[in-house]
Design a protein around this ligand. Sequence first.
Ligand SMILES: [Mg+2]
Length: 386
Amino acid sequence: MKTQIVEVSAIPLEKSLQKTFQGGTYRITSRYTLVTQVRLANGVVGQTFGGDEEKYQKEIAALINGHFGEKLRGQDVFDVERHWQAMFECKCLDQANRGIHTLDLANKAILMQAIAAVDIAVWDAMGKALELPLYKMLGGYRDEVPVIAIGGYYESGKAEKDLACELLSYKEAGLSGIKLKVGGLTPAEDADRVRFARETVGKDFLIACDANQAWTVDQALEFCRRVLGYNVRWFEEPVQWFDQLQGLALVRKYGGLPVVAGQGEISRFGCRDLLLAGAVDILNFDATIGGGITEWRRVAAMAGMCHVKMGHHEEPQVAIHLLASVPHGLYVEIFPDRQRDPMWFELPVGRPKIAHGRMVVPQEPGLGMPLRAEVIEQYRASEVPV
Ligand SMILES: [Mg+2]
């Protein structure tokens, strides 16, 4: 059988960043990603990169190189639901629940990220085998997707003129907007940054705000009141981690801004609960975290039935195809700062064209973004599981 899987492999990559990037609740000092390959008997190689996993990247790679490889070798690549279910039901990691969450949750997130990596590489291989771009295999709803920057990080010594420079550079680069970090200051101080951003970019540039779960419901609602005149497109992860259903629903009901969440979910079941709680206007479920393209499509189907739009957290190499494949897909997002996301700038042989606020979907088979072998070697993490 020509499309039989003969090899599955994963390589963790790591690169220290030249500066620290600070959001509402975190600091980023390194960029991690995982390169995953699925090789077929006919010589086709499905290949992807994804994730930014700091702690368990090597465990994820070990699972792919070991148990998942054993399960998939000899199977037809096109039996994608069967591969997904076999990986999901894998008993190779301890999935016990002892009420010790550091132990209980970690293995579940490792499992879902490992499934994600293999599933995306499988879809890339299927696209290459059929000589079809991935978004066409998934439905082909649009050929271009509006694109925004993730930026506005907090940096020590960053003055208003630096923020203005940053914002205007995104406009000049042909992006359609910015997702600005908030939540690191008081609601009043961050609302003032939004005012400044709006005055800087003018009325036709999208501004969204992402608090990364920094605030209480009251603080989030105060922020909403203070930015109501500045045309904020959405408010992402406004409230703290422990109140992700009713807390979000309250902000959505009383804040007057569309609410986004979902990037923290690792399966369709968590997304289902957000939808049933009326907690979101947009789901930004991340295929590289939560089970891959197969799982993202299931979530997108339910979101459509709930009149909720689909976004995607980071990972433009995959997000562009997913968001182009459904009618309710919204913005693809990138880090235009090369220092923040060197993998995006260095790993692919080429990147999709961006002009007039839109990213053009790659037309080559699969993901349409082959990776540079020398960059994989350059950033290969020191201990590589086999
Ligand atoms: Mg976010």
